[in-house]
Design a protein around this ligand. Structure first.
Ligand code: SF4
Length: 337
C-alpha cells in the first residue's frame, strides 16, 4: 500500500468505516477473498498477457499501443485491475524506451500511444520528457495519452512548471491527452481543481475513466455528483467501467450489472448533455463493450473495440439474458434471434 498524505487527509474520520476515500485507499480484510459470491476471478481480466510485445508494449487493438512505463503509482488503489503487476517487480515494464518507440515506428497502423503503468507521472520530469521526445516526430501517431491518477491522489505533481511548459510545447506538435481516474465527488477538491486548471492551461484535454464500485459510488446520486463535478472543473466524463472480475477485488467491489445499469440510467435522466457523455463499459478480454441499457431481463450491449482476429465484431450488438446477480459478460447467456 502507498497513500500520499494529501489523499489520506481527504478521509472523513467521523464517517471512517463508510468513507469512500478510505475504501479506495486502505486495504480491507475483504481482499483476502480471492473469488467469492460474485463469481470467478482472474489476475489478468483485460488479457494483457496475450498482447505483450516485449519492450513494455501492449498491443491489443491495431490502432492503439500502450507502453507500461513504470510499475509504480503514487497510490495503490484497492480496486486496481493491474494489481498483479503494479508496485511489484515484473517483466512488462519498459526497460529501453528507444526500443519501444522503434516498435511503434515500425507499426504504421498505430495511430495513438498510451503511456501508462503504474503511473507515468511518478517518473522524473526529465525522463518523461525524454520518452515524449521519442514519440513527438512519429508521423503516423495522431495523439499521445498519458494515463495518470496523480491529478486525483497527488495533484501537487502538476505544480512542476518544467513539466507543464514541456506539455505546452509538445502539444503544439502532437496532441496530448490526459486520461485520469476520479471516482467520487469528494476527490474533486480545490487542490485537484487547481491541478486540472494547470493541465488545461497547457492546452491538454483531460478525460475521466471512473469505475463503478460498491460502497464508493454505487448510487445514481453518486454518479450524478461525480459527472457534474467533473464537467464543472473542465474534465470530460469519458468512461464509467464495470468493475472487472479481478482477484481480491470482485467480491467486495463489483456491483451487479442490473443494479449498475439502473443507476446509470437514473443518473442520466438528470444530467445535462456534457455530463452524460460517458459510456458505461466492460473492458473485457474480447474487446471493449458498451452497456447500452436493459429491457426487463435483457441487457443490451454493443462492442466498441474488438480484437484484430474478430474485425466483424467491432460494432456488433448483443442481447444477453440478465439476472439479479450477473456482474460480468461471462455470467450471462446471449439471446440469439
Ligand atoms: S493509479 Fe491506476 S495503475 Fe495505479 S493502482 Fe491506481 S488504478 Fe492501478
Amino acid at each position: 500500500m502507498n497513500i500520499p498524505r494529501y489523499y489520506l487527509s481527504l478521509i472523513d474520520e467521523k464517517n471512517f468505516q463508510n468513507d469512500p476515500i478510505k475504501k479506495l485507499a486502505l486495504p480491507d480484510e475483504d481482499e483476502l477473498v480471492i473469488a467469492g459470491s460474485m463469481g470467478e476471478t482472474t489476475t489478468d481480466p483485460y488479457g494483457d498477457d496475450k498482447h505483450n510485445k516485449g519492450n513494455g508494449i501492449l498491443h491489443k487493438y491495431p490502432y492503439s499501443a500502450l507502453i507500461v512505463a513504470t510499475d509504480y503509482c503514487s497510490m495503490y488503489c484497492r480496486h486496481c485491475f493491474r494489481k498483479a503487476i503494479v508496485g511489484l517487480p515484473n517483466d512488462k515494464t519498459v526497460e529501453n524506451f528507444k526500443n519501444a518507440a522503434k516498435y511503434i515506428k515500425e507499426h504504421k497502423e498505430i495511430t495513438n500511444v498510451i503511456i501508462s503503468g503504474g503511473d507515468p507521472l511518478l517518473i522524473s520530469t526529465s525522463r518523461l520528457i525524454a520518452m515524449l521526445e521519442e514519440l513527438k516526430d512519429i508521423e503516423h501517431i495522431n495523439y499521445v495519452r498519458i494515463g495518470t491518477r496523480t491529478p486525483v491522489v497527488y495533484p501537487m505533481r502538476f505544480f512542476d512548471e518544467e513539466l507543464l511548459n514541456y506539455f505546452k510545447e509538445f502539444n503544439k506538435v502532437k496532441t496530448l491527452y490526459i486520461p485520469t481516474h476520479f471516482n467520487h465527488i469528494n476527490e474533486i477538491t480545490p487542490m485537484a481543481t487547481k491541478a486540472i486548471l494547470k493541465i488545461r492551461e497547457a492546452g491538454v484535454t483531460v478525460n475521466n475513466q471512473a469505475v463503478l464500485l460498491k460502497g464508493v459510488n454505487d448510487s445514481a446520486q453518486d454518479i450524478e455528483n461525480l459527472m457534474n463535478g467533473l464537467v464543472k472543473i473542465g474534465v470530460n466524463p469519458y468512461y464509467l467501467y464495470q468493475c472487472m472480475p479481478v482477484s481480491r477485488v470482485r467480491n467486495h467491489f463489483q456491483v451487479p450489472l442490473k443494479d449498475g445499469i439502473d443507476m446509470v440510467d437514473d443518473a442520466k435522466t438528470r444530467l445535462d448533455g456534457y455530463a452524460k457523455r460517458f459510456k458505461f463499459i466492460m473492458g473485457h478480454d474480447i474487446g471493449k463493450i458498451e452497456i447500452i441499457g436493459r429491457i426487463d431481463d435483457k441487457l443490451i450491449l454493443k462492442h466498441i473495440h474488438s480484437r484484430p482476429e474478430f474485425p466483424k465484431d467491432a460494432s456488433k450488438c448483443m442481447i444477453m439474458k440478465l439476472d439479479d446477480k450477473a456482474g460480468w459478460l461471462d455470467d450471462m447467456q446471449e439471446i440469439k434471434f
